[in-house]
Ligand binder design. Structure first.
Ligand SMILES: [Zn+2]
Length: 209
């Protein structure tokens, strides 16, 4: 993964401050969202890791990974990619994906993201890949799903949307390593004629020198 990608992943967490004393990827708050008092970093009684604990109301603000859901939208022998209109990685290509909302099933979230970013409808979603991105506290769940028609157009977050055969995929212009990895495995599985559920861990690359 290029260094710029790590930077961009971290940009998604802007507004939070990283603490050198906690988990390397830990993000912390400064003020309690319940009462507005200062938040301390401490290990609560009976716990084994540093948490954000309100100095006034005592509330422990647990922080846990976020789930990103996405789709490989399929139309005949092609798949749909979106060119990002927003940071991070504006101008590069990606699969429709985004944070799952509260009260939403994973498949509904994936369908919603596909509609929002590509104005495309997918159905019969099949879970395809689960990737851990512990360095940004994210978990990606990617589905495969046939498009219900070949209708699509750029949503608000996309500059351009298009169908690509495997040969046409702009491999050096894919926005995120997790998306590259999903596509790489997808085409490998497709070539052998069987899709197996994929898992893996995406690691940041340490800058050389
Ligand atoms: Zn409080």
């Amino acid at each position: 993964m290029p260094v710029s990608e790590i930077f961009c992943h971290l940009m998604a967490a802007r507004g939070h401050r990283r603490s050198p004393s906690a988990n390397a990827a830990g993000l912390h708050m400064n003020f309690c969202p319940h009462c507005g008092a200062k938040v301390n970093r401490e290990i609560p009684r009976g716990d084994d890791r540093i948490r954000d604990v309100c100095s006034a109301c005592g509330q422990i603000h647990y922080q846990n990974p976020k789930l990103v859901v996405g789709v490989v939208p399929e139309w005949q022998d092609r798949i749909l990619l979106c060119r990002r209109a927003i940071a991070p990685r504006e101008g590069l290509w990606t699969l429709p994906a985004g944070y799952l909302e509260n009260g939403e099933t994973a498949a509904d979230g994936a369908r919603r993201e596909t509609w929002e970013e590509a104005r495309a409808r997918v159905d019969h979603l099949a879970p395809y890949a689960l990737f851990d991105l512990t360095f940004v506290n994210q978990l990606y769940l990617m589905f495969r799903g046939p498009m219900v028609s070949d209708a699509f157009e750029p949503g608000a977050e996309s500059l351009e949307v298009n169908l690509f055969t495997e040969e046409e995929i702009p491999w050096d212009r894919i926005a995120f390593l997790v998306i590259q990895e999903t596509l790489r495995r997808y085409f490998k599985d497709r070539a052998r004629g069987a899709f197996a559920f994929q898992t893996g861990r995406i690691q940041p690359v340490t800058p050389k020198g």
